[in-house]
Unconditional design. Structure first.
Length: 342
């Protein structure tokens, strides 16, 4: 395997059913027949991990009991993590467990987990719902449109700033946001990554300017919202050094940043970030993915609000770990190539 096509062919023939299906549809841009698609779905449903996750769904549609964070010491993922997992495995809204899990978020009281919490009061929880509906392709809801606008504002805050101090200022040994300012959070990336109607020339220019500054300014200090005397939710996802080559210490967020940036259409061949992805891609192709063998599985195999990438069901096997990360590299490259052809 010395090039991308050979690696993709290998994944189609040897990786799990989810990777094989998605590699054909999203990397090779092949239209599977209805029967072939169903054969893959049936194969995915044979996975022990899928069946474990599906066993967590309650009669009302919720996975477990909590949307955003599972109870202490719970081995059940959050509802949010389970929905993301099913979407990434290749299921669509017509898959009944996934449909139930999204429909429950349209009922009165769906946000009850956040009522009375300071973080809930300050940050809200609508952005979580909007990100899940965006990824599921359910874009025609007012709350999705609302959070698309909010996501663009968060990038505009970077685009129009002259320095990071225009967004956040030192506070004791931390940083806090200036009133009315904020940075994009992972949900903003997901919402813009999986929606399309916002991609006007003007909005793409805002993102282009924001990414130029991100490349110069990253990493950021952890920054908080100050609510009275309380500091809420460090904004850590965007704060990491994505303007450098891949390293295992920030592995999962690095893949997440680059894939979602590619989906937004901002990670083109001309982007300064691209050279760091290209270095990883070239190393991946040359080493047949062996560079991934040393990566710790933390952050990859458990699906939550801020983690989850593994589609293979058992990362204790070296080749399954490599399959997952080979797939992500080829997927990101395919998205970038497609965007640059437009």
């Amino acid at each position: 395997m010395n090039n991308k096509n050979e690696i993709v062919d290998y994944l189609i023939k040897n990786a799990c059913a989810s990777i094989s299906m998605r590699a054909q549809e999203e990397i090779m841009n092949k239209k599977l027949s209805k029967n072939d698609k169903q054969k893959y779905i049936n194969k995915i449903l044979e996975s022990k991990k899928i069946n474990l996750v599906l066993s967590w769904q309650t009669n009302d549609g919720y996975f477990g009991t909590r949307l955003h964070t599972p109870s202490s010491n719970s081995k059940i993922w959050s509802h949010e993590g389970c929905v993301r997992y099913l979407l990434e495995m290749g299921f669509s809204y017509d898959f009944i467990p996934l449909k139930k899990s999204l429909d429950v978020l349209l009922r009165n009281g769906w946000e009850k987990e956040f009522i009375g919490s300071k973080a809930g009061d300050v940050l809200g929880c609508g952005i979580i719902r909007a990100s899940l509906f965006s990824q599921a392709g359910l874009h025609n809801y007012d709350f999705v449109h609302e959070y698309v606008k909010n996501a663009l504002i968060s990038f505009e805050n970077i685009a129009t700033a002259k320095r990071y101090d225009d967004i956040a200022i030192p506070y004791k040994d931390k940083h806090i946001f200036i009133n009315g300012k904020n940075l994009p959070v992972v949900y903003d990336f997901r919402i813009l990554g999986y929606t399309y109607e916002w991609k006007t020339k003007e909005n793409m220019e805002i993102l282009s300017q924001a990414y130029k500054k991100l490349y110069k300014w990253l990493p950021f200090p952890s920054t908080y919202i100050k609510a009275g005397s309380q500091l809420i939710a460090p904004f850590g996802h965007i704060a990491l050094p994505y303007n450098s080559d891949f390293n295992g210490a920030i592995g999962f967020p690095w893949f997440d940043f680059y894939e979602l940036s590619a989906r937004m259409g901002i990670l083109t061949f001309k982007s300064p970030f691209y050279k760091h992805f290209l270095n990883l891609l070239e190393n991946t192709l040359v080493t047949k993915g062996e560079i991934f063998d040393i990566i710790n599985k933390k952050g990859y195999v458990t699906w939550s609000s801020y983690s989850g990438l593994a589609l293979e069901d058992n990362w204790t096997k070296k080749q399954k770990k490599i399959n997952d990360l080979l797939f992500r590299c080829c997927l990101i490259e395919s998205i970038i190539s497609l965007q640059d052809k437009k």
